[in-house]
Ligand binder design. Structure first.
Ligand SMILES: Nc1ncnc2c1ncn2[C@@H]1O[C@H](COP(=O)(O)OP(=O)(O)OP(=O)(O)O)[C@@H](O)[C@H]1O
Ligand SMILES: [Mg+2]
Length: 299
């Protein structure tokens, strides 16, 4: 401005020219300002992209087997023999653990928080691999089985039910490729989820997950149960299926769970008596090993 005033005074520049120049200058500030932030944005994005690529390139160290996972008509038996597992060296979570489940048997696991119950369940779909011992499916070491066919035959309802950011129908439909809308609705009905889904703004086409329609934990769990009904797998893993529910929703979910366990080999983490009473057997996980709980009075 000082330079410009001098030029105007000397008659080499008109006042209008100076004013126009200053107006254009102001418009230049904002883009310059944005450019200075761009560097930061680019380096953050670069770091994130690098993490994603690192994860995508992580080799899967556990060799995949080749044997297709058997599914005998009378059900699947599972056996843990001398299984050991540790997340960090020197801090074993499971040690010399034994457990066998007969076809169609429902076994409940109890134990203190952090005792390794969720860890134990994750060995079955091979999300984790035992460091020692074997897990056998109808007598075959899980390591020898083809992982994809194995996971097709295991349904799980996890402790923190996560939904993907898409419609309710698709979240249930993940249970089985090519499921029709009628099959999805039948599964939701079996899981006592049909009624609340119909009350959602767009019913089965309502988008859920991050930032979309909010569902309670009990409702999410019932969507997971519906997926498990649709999947119709012979082995069922339930991790505290009713932990976050009030009495009334718990009854609804338990009725669905009880129907779902019928004829399936079920391993379930549970605490509450309402959940435990559907189990044939209760085992306690303590110090990395399992102990049979004394028989309890049947209801
Ligand atoms: N990804 C992980 N990395 C390292 N340690 C882990 C990991 N997941 C679990 N752990 C540890 O392993 C132990 C067993 O955890 P796990 O989740 O199996 O317990 P849990 O019996 O399911 O507990 P809760 O009843 O609270 O669900 C805990 O000490 C936990 O801190
Ligand atoms: Mg757990």
């Amino acid at each position: 401005m000082a330079l410009g005033s001098g030029e105007v005074a000397a008659g080499r520049l008109t006042l209008g020219q100076l004013l126009v120049f200053l107006a254009y200058l102001a418009q230049l500030y904002e883009p310059l300002n944005q450019l200075s932030h761009l560097g930061g944005t680019i380096s953050t994005a670069q770091a994130s992209a690098q993490r994603v690529l690192e994860w995508l390139n992580t080799p899967d160290h556990s060799a995949n087997g080749t044997t297709p996972t058997p599914r005998p008509a009378h059900g699947v038996d599972l056996e843990f023999s001398a299984v050991g597992f540790a997340y960090e060296p020197g801090r074993p979570v499971l040690k010399g653990l034994h457990l066998s489940l007969k076809p169609g048997e429902i076994v409940a696991i109890v134990g203190a928080s952090g005792s390794g119950k969720t860890t134990l369940l994750q060995l079955i779909p091979r999300f984790l691999e035992p460091a020692a011992g074997q897990v056998r499916w109808c007598g075959l070491d899980l390591k020898s089985l083809d992982r994809q066919s194995l996971r097709q035959q295991v349904s799980w309802v996890l402790q923190e039910p996560l939904l993907l950011p898409t419609t309710v129908a698709e979240n249930i439909g993940f249970g089985r490729d090519g499921a029709t809308r009628a099959e999805i609705e039948a599964a939701a009905q079996a899981a006592q989820a049909h009624e609340f889904i119909q009350r959602l703004p767009q019913g089965y086409d309502t988008r859920v997950g991050d930032g979309a329609a909010r569902l309670s934990v009990g409702e999410k769990q019932r969507i997971h149960l519906a997926r498990a009904f649709l999947k119709d797998a012979p082995v069922l893993l339930l991790d505290e299926p009713t932990s976050a529910l009030d009495g009334e929703s718990e009854l609804a979910v338990m009725a669905a769970v009880q129907r779902l366990t019928h004829g399936r080999t079920t391993l379930m983490v549970a605490h509450r008596p309402e959940t435990l009473h559907i189990a044939h057997r209760i085992v306690r996980l303590e110090g990395g090993a399992l102990f049979e709980e004394p028989a309890r009075p049947t209801r």
